[in-house]
Design a protein around this ligand. Sequence first.
Ligand SMILES: Cc1ncc(COP(=O)(O)O)c(C=O)c1O
Length: 420
Amino acid sequence: MSSFPADRSFALQCDAADPLASFRERFVVDDPSLIYLDGNSLGMLPLTTADRIAGVVRREWGTGLVRSWAHWIELPGRAGDLLGGSLLGAAPGQVLVCDSTTVNLYKLARAALSARPGRRVIVTDDDNFPTDRYVLAGIAAELGAELRMIHTDIDGGVTPDAVRAAVDRSTALVSLSHVAYRSGALAAMAEITGIVHDVGALTLWDLCHSAGSVPVELDVCGADLAVGCTYKYLNAGPGAPAFLYVSRHLHDALRQPIQGWFGQRAQFQMGPDYDPKPGIGRFLTGTPDIAGTAAVEEGTRLLAEVGIARLREKGMRLTDYLIALADARLAPLGFVVASPRDPARRGSHVCLRHPEAWRIGQALIHEGVIGDYRTPDRLRLGPTPITTRYTDIWDAVAATQRILASKGYENFPAEPARVT
Ligand SMILES: Cc1ncc(COP(=O)(O)O)c(C=O)c1O
């Protein structure tokens, strides 16, 4: 574990020397005193995105009207290629920006099951994000398949050995999160993909907490399928469309279950039968959200300008710093680090365990420090490399320490779900 000087002047020095510091100015910061450590839930608004959306609405829609479809039609693929090339390690023609993560997960998982006839097992883990588990359970019920749950340590994340023990020749699909939504544990994508391929099954990765926070090498890892959202580190805004990745070698073999007209080969011939486009285009469904997709393109462009290597380097330093300060100042007051300590094994957020995590989180919000809470007793703090300062980390830990020492959290009501 790294050690850092305990005083705030060290954080100030880090900010002064931070090569990414000026990127914060490219975002809307209406309240400079706010400490925002929840960019892993909803990223901040880039200034260019606000302008771009305004332009899409006022000029492209307002003035251009239906004529704008001539260029809008390209957007899901164009934004997908930018995202794939700059942040996901995907060569062009394999990523689309469309639909929600949940819908894309269904589309790809269902298509994967059809592509492995005779195999009746879907593997995931019990620490996977709820929507993933629910969608996979729904597909299993629909097909009379088995949903096999790996039991995962919620602080340590899913391991290659656990996957190896769970798969066999009856496995059609293994679907896992690359970065765990609670602990931030980073799964070994290349190794797990190899294990899954050894039994002839396909992989489907959820990249919601990875895209824009850790380097992802889908092509190099031989990943088959992936999905992810854009409203976290990609800063595309609430409900912005998600993305999907389908490895080129699977395009012809997969038939997606939502046979919409945007996936149709000669869409405007309005033909009688569904005939999917060749290539990635067949994974589109209906009319894309243009303002949202434009926001994905802008957010991705900004991260591409920084570069994922620099984002990752700062993300590891920020989370290392947070863990070191938590050990020094919060552990004596009952907080326990509930994320992997090796920075290479975690994404860009950290969980801290405390029986009063919910109320402490509420007290922090009251003091202008925004993190979030995750069951059963975790305070989740997500430094975002492009906007978070080292002083934000120091100040957030200092505020937490004050709230703990004074028991100020006792002024806040218990977690609603726990009120009986
Ligand atoms: C890992 C993961 N998967 C999926 C989702 C949500 O999917 P959707 O955008 O469809 O609501 C989230 C949302 O936080 C998530 O963290």
